[in-house]
Write a protein that binds this ligand. Structure first.
Ligand code: ADP
Ligand code: ADP
Ligand code: MG
Length: 661
């Protein structure tokens, strides 16, 4: 049996693997980058090794340093988690060469299945239906455009090495092909070090249904049934469930059977997922096509664990140690229904822009059937270097409705303050009528953004008033960094009677104000239903409306209501960096901390309003900066390759007279 595992990963998956390793009596070794010195996985491991600077390329993707750490720690196996080196055949080989067991399939199976083009060719030969298109070696742009035209619009350009929805572009018309190809290639090269792509017919309004498989090194292979991962945004999974709603027994049998065949075709040992795209939304037609196989543990594996009662990481360890599959196919059964929501540090009201910063509050709900796999703890920093996923909330119930109710309830009770989070969005998704009715496809989120609250929304007046009253209370108590104390400050403090002030505020970065009354040294803000005082409740504050929780930060107060965050601070107080709306001016600014990967203009160039002028990459996603107005490029303030701060001016534009908007 294996005795000591090095986990070549970070975040929630590192923590999750450590949990099972320890339960099985294995010593767990973590590795960490500069940005993760204080991360939970480092605290939870039996020992931890520093492997380099924050960017993944210099740490979590450095096979040499990871293997050095494994040998120094006396590990006998390496678990790669998902992402990073998990589907890297050279890494699996390097582990073996160093005398370490790689927890995953053989390098040959990774090679056969790890790249989308090869996997499709293999599956087609094995008689499994694959999505039509071009998956050959020729990469010339004109050649690919011709194959796309043959396939018929719309098509999907996909990175051969892709994962996590990266390096993928839908193209609706020939004119958009060249630009989409270039950007898909650039993203793929940055994320996977491989810019090759394939072309697929875009299946309209499909469902994403995948099958969990396991093989052992004795020729055994089973499936652990399917998961439905159709709730996606930009081809990235947001919520996943098991089993798939509306799937007939015949279709389940065919799909799971095809998946086991796929595993057998490559002598697969370990955990893998065979992904299919299925025709039809609410009514599945029974038609499905192979998309890809992920030769690793999947982010959404907990829903399978919930319905089968199997610990997939335990199976991975046992199979890697040479054991036979622990159960026969007929002994693997599904009980109830499970749903998982991915909690991301991102702002659904602002185009899902990833959000960084300190987690001033992070409290996870507990409840019957609820499991939380977290990668961060309260007080931790969400940095721009990795995926913005903070945690996964998983709910299990006897029925789909019960599971979704439990998940919605858990999300409603969750507190996450600091970076903007998608909590409220996920809760709305759990409760969305059509989704509840089983009437959905991969376009569901994109088609219901408004109903799901993923659009700019009005200011939460109640939250503003609670924030205002907490701020004046904090000021009167001499908050850290604030000027003065109650005796020297003009905050209307007095011993008796009421006195009114109008407090100038900055709410979500914009100027606002709140009427505040002082009654016997106690502040009350607002009027009507928003009128509230504030009381401390543990480390937080509460007001008249029990749905609101206020959280103190160095630079102000964050008020949460059902996962939606309102930031409030008193105007004119010098403390912290603040988040004042800056004068946008005629400049293209970086929407977040990241790396300037590409400058698309040079000084003196004429630009039209909305033209792409630069590309910033952060959290493995590309963000295009556009010209806010028509004009001429007056200056460029950062070089390609440079790290840029959130809000930093990258390109200054001298507006054409007549278009100053
Ligand atoms: P799952 O299908 O398990 O949900 P995803 O395809 O969403 O997995 O990818 C899981 C994570 O791993 C994502 O954060 C994604 O960005 C990352 N990832 C996937 N493939 C790779 C790869 N080849 N290299 C680096 N990161 C990857
Ligand atoms: P990744 O490696 O990034 O997970 P996949 O090939 O699994 O890439 O595709 C990711 C998602 O993109 C799928 O879950 C599906 O929603 C969508 N998608 C992929 N291929 C197609 C297609 N041919 N037609 C329509 N949607 C597709
Ligand atoms: Mg996929």
């Amino acid at each position: 049996m294996l005795k000591c595992v090095l986990i070549a990963n970070r975040g929630e998956i590192a923590s999750r693997i450590i949990r099972t390793a320890k339960r099985m009596g294995l010593r767990a070794i973590a590795v960490y980058s500069q940005a993760d010195r204080e991360a939970p996985h480092v605290r939870q491991a039996d020992a931890a090794y520093f492997i380099g600077p924050a960017p993944a390329r210099e740490s979590y993707l450095r096979a040499d340093r990871i293997l050095e750490a494994a040998l120094a720690a006396g590990a006998d196996c390496v678990h790669p988690g998902y992402g990073f080196l998990s589907e890297n055949a050279e890494f699996a080989e390097a582990c073996a060469a160093a005398g370490l067991v790689f927890i995953g399939p053989s390098p040959a199976a990774i090679r056969a299945m790890g790249l989308k083009d090869g996997a499709k060719a293999l599956m087609a030969r094995a008689g499994v239906p694959v999505v039509p298109g071009y998956h050959g070696a020729e990469q010339d742009a004109d050649f690919l455009a011709a194959r796309a035209a043959e396939t018929g619009w719309p098509v999907l350009i996909k990175a051969v090495a892709g994962g996590g929805g990266k390096g993928m572009r839908r193209v609706d018309a020939p004119g958009d092909f060249a630009g989409a190809l270039e950007s898909a290639r650039r993203e793929a090269l940055a994320a996977f070090g491989d810019g090759r792509v394939l072309i697929e017919k875009y299946v309209s309004a499909p469902r994403h249904i995948e099958v969990q498989v396991f093989g052992d090194s004795h020729g055994g292979a089973v499936h652990l049934f399917e998961r439905d991962c159709s709730l996606q945004r930009r081809h990235q999974k947001v919520m996943e469930e098991a089993p798939a709603p509306g799937m007939s027994a015949a279709m389940r049998g065919a799909m799971c059977g095809a998946a086991v065949e796929a595993a057998k075709a490559v002598g697969y040992a370990g955990a893998g997922t065979v992904e299919f795209i299925a025709e039809g939304g609410a009514e599945l037609t029974g038609n499905f096509w192979f998309m890809e196989m992920n030769t690793r543990l999947q982010v959404e594996h907990p829903v399978t664990e919930a319905v089968t009662g199997i610990d997939l990481v335990e199976w991975q360890f046992r199979i890697a140690a040479g054991e036979r599959l622990p159960l026969r196919q007929e002994d693997i059964r599904v009980s109830g229904h499970a749903v998982e929501a991915r909690l991301y540090a991102e702002d659904p009201e602002n185009g899902f822009l990833p959000s960084t910063g300190k987690l001033w509050a992070l409290r996870f709900p507990q409840g019957e059937g609820v499991r939380v796999d977290a990668g961060a703890a309260e007080g931790d920093e969400v940095t721009p270097f990795y995926d913005p996923m903070i945690a996964k909330i998983i709910a299990h119930g006897a029925t789909r409705d019960e599971a979704l109710d439990r998940l919605a309830g858990a999300l409603g009770r969750m507190l996450a303050a600091g970076p903007r989070c998608n909590t409220a969005f996920l809760k709305a998704l759990c409760q969305a009528e059509d989704f509840r009715a089983g009437n959905f496809d991969t376009g569901f989120i994109g088609g219901h953004l408004e109903a799901l609250g993923a659009v700019k929304q009005g200011v939460d007046e109640g939250a503003v008033m609670l924030g205002a009253v907490v701020e004046v209370m904090r000021k009167s108590m001499g908050i850290k960094g604030a000027a003065g104390d109650p005796w020297s400050d003009a905050d209307a403090f007095q011993f008796s009677g009421a006195r009114r002030t109008i407090e100038p505020l900055i709410v979500n970065g914009a100027p606002a104000q709140a009427p505040v009354e002082w009654i016997y040294g106690n502040a009350v803000a607002g009027s009507g239903p928003a009128r509230t005082s504030a009381e401390r409740a543990g480390s937080f504050w509460r007001g008249a409306d029990s749905a609101l929780t206020a959280v103190e930060t160095d630079s102000g107060t964050l008020v949460l209501r059902a996962g939606r965050q309102t930031s409030v601070r008193l105007a004119g107080l010098e403390r912290g960096a603040g988040d004042d709306a800056e004068d946008q001016g005629a400049a293209a600014r970086s929407p977040m901390h990241g790396r300037l990967v590409s400058l698309l203009v040079k000084t003196g160039d004429a630009v039209v309003r909305g033209q792409r002028v630069a590309i910033v990459e952060a959290m493995k996603m590309e963000h295009a900066l556009t010209a806010p107005c028509a004009g001429r490029v007056a200056g460029i303030s950062a070089a390609e390759g440079a790290q840029v701060a959130q809000g930093a001016v990258i390109v200054t534009i001298e507006p054409d007279t007549g278009d100053k908007t």
